[in-house]
Design a protein around this ligand. Sequence first.
Ligand code: FRU
Length: 479
Amino acid sequence: MAIAKEIRYRAYEDWSAEEIKTIQENVAKSPWHTTYHIEPQTGLLNDPNGFSYFNGKFQLFYQNWPFGAGHGLKSWVHTESDDLVHFRETGTILYPDNPHDSHGAYSGSAYEIDGKLFLFYTGNVRDDNWIRDPLQVGAFMDKEGHIEKFDQVLIQQPSDVTEHFRDPQIFDYQGQFFAIIGAQNLEKQGFIKLYKAVNNDIKNWVFVGNLDFGGTGSEYMIECPNLVFVDGRPVLLYSPQGLDKAELDYQNIYPNTYKICQAFDTEKAELIQPSEIHNLDFGFECYATQAFNAPDGRALCVSWIGLPDIDYPTDIFDYQGAMSLVKELTIKDGKLLQYPVQALKELRSEPEAFTDKKHTENTYELELKVEADSTAELLLFADEDGNGLSLTIDTKQGKVTLDRSKAGEQYALDYGNQRSCQIPQQKTSINIFVDKSIVEIFINKGEAVFTSRVFPKKGQNGIHLVSGQVEGNYFELTD
Ligand code: FRU
C-alpha cells in the first residue's frame, strides 16, 4: 500500500498508544489470519532474519514495520521454537535506534558466539539528502533477549558497490567464519561479496573476493544470498532482482533462485561447478528464503510468503506477509528437495480418506497420489459455485498447474494468475498444507514446491475433485 514516506519513517516513539491500538483493532478484523504460520502482530512482515540455534532453541526473527502494510522503518521481531513448528514471539528486539541503523535494521543472519547470539545485519542509514549509506553492523543478544549493539561498523560500503549492499549471512565453513553480502556493482549488476573473519574474530572482517558462482550479472541486484551445505555440497540460495527471463523463466515480480555447486574454494572465492540457475519455488509468492546448517547438520530454510512491491488484500487491515513452514533441504539424484520438517506431523489429527468436502476450516493437510499417465484437477478454497484454487496434476504431460483466477480476492494480476512447472511423467505424490490464506504444495516430497497466498471470500472453504482420480488422506491440522 502506498504510504507517505513521512509516516513510514516516523520514529517508533512518536506513535501514540491510541494510534497503535487503532492499528491492532484493524488487524484483528481480518478474516484471513493464519493458525500455524507466523504472521506479524501488526504491520508488514518481510524477510526471515537470524535463523539459528541458540540457548537450546531455534531462533527466528523477521523484518517488520509495525505501523501498517508498507515498507518503513524496519526492525527485527524475535521468535523462538523447540520443534520448528510452534514459534513463540517474544517481541521487537532490534530497533532502528542507533546512528548506524537509523533508517532501518535491515536483514541479516545470526550465529552463537561464546554464549551469546551474534546478529550480523545491515544498518540502513540515510543522510539529509536521503543518500543511503549501507553499513554492515553487529549486535549480541544474550539469553534474556537483551541487545548490545557494537560501537563500530563491521563492514563499510566498498568503492565498487552502489548504495545497494546488504543482507550479510555469516556461516562457518570448516571452522572458519565467512560472510556473504548481496550487492550491486557500479554497472548496476547484481553480485555477491565474500568476507572472512580474521582469526575468527567476528568484529574483524576482511574482503576475500567477489563470489564466483557462475552468475551472469543479468540481474540489477542480488538480495539475501545464503550459502548452506547439503550433504557436503554448497547450495547458494538468492533473490535476484531484474533477472533476465531468457536466463530463467519466472513470473513473479522477482524470483527466488538457487544453484547447487560441487565445492567451495575459499581462497579463490569460488563455488566450483555451479549448476544452472533454478527457481526455488513455483508458486505466486516466495522470496528472501533464509537457510542455515543446524547443529545437527540439517540444512533448514524458511521463506517470506510475500514479495516486495506488491499490494495485498490484507493491506486494508494494516498488515501483510507471513513466514513459510520450516523446510529441510536435501539432495536426491542431483536435485534439491525442500520438505517441511518431520515435526509438522504433530499437527495432524486422525487421517480421513480423501473425498470432496463442502466445508473445512481451511486448516488441513492433504496427502495424495496421482497415478502415472493420468490427469486430475482439484479445487481448494472451493465454494458451491465452482470457484476455488485450481491445481491440475498431469502425469501424462508431466506438468503441474496452479490457477488462482477463481480463488478469492484477486491481486498482483500484472504477473498473471497461473503458475506451472514440469514434473517427471510418473506416479506423483502431493502434500498440500492449507492455512486460512496460505497454501504450500510439495510435489514428490519436495522436488517442486508451490508457495502462495489465497484470500478466500466467504464460503470458499471446500475441497472438490473436478476431474480425474486421486487417492490419499485428509488431516485436520491444529496448532
Ligand atoms: C529483501 C530486502 C532486503 C533488505 C530488507 C529490508 O526483501 O529488500 O534486501 O535487507 O528487505 O526490509
